[in-house]
Design a protein around this ligand. Structure first.
Ligand SMILES: [Zn+2]
Length: 106
């Protein structure tokens, strides 16, 4: 889940785990877990989770509903999301420069 964190005079979006609700501050430690479907135009929810126990819990929840689960690295998932939302590499770089001026929320 995306939340807004206010700290040290800066506020901005951060990701929190859909299982434990703790912040995922390193995307290398996160995963996007979802149910697999071959149905045309199907839309399935995505669990944004920590790897490890939270990942396992999300997969158990999907399988308990009788569905097949899949997952991908969180950093790849967000690149695909930006691409599917029409964000070009050039506009991403431009936005990154603006974000660098503000600073990273720790
Ligand atoms: Zn978690």
């Amino acid at each position: 889940m995306i939340k807004i964190l206010n700290t040290q005079g800066i506020s901005g979006p951060v990701l929190c785990c859909d299982v434990c609700d703790e912040r995922i501050d390193d995307f290398g430690l996160g995963a996007a877990v979802f149910s697999r479907s071959n149905a045309e135009n199907s839309l399935t929810p995505v669990f944004i989770v920590h790897k490890g126990g939270c990942h396992d819990a999300a997969e158990r929840k999907i399988r308990a509903a009788g569905l097949r689960s899949g997952w991908e690295e969180l950093k790849h998932h967000f690149v695909y999301l930006l691409h599917n939302g029409g964000v070009s590499p050039e506009s991403f770089v431009e936005s990154s420069v603006s974000a660098d001026r503000i600073g990273r929320i720790r």
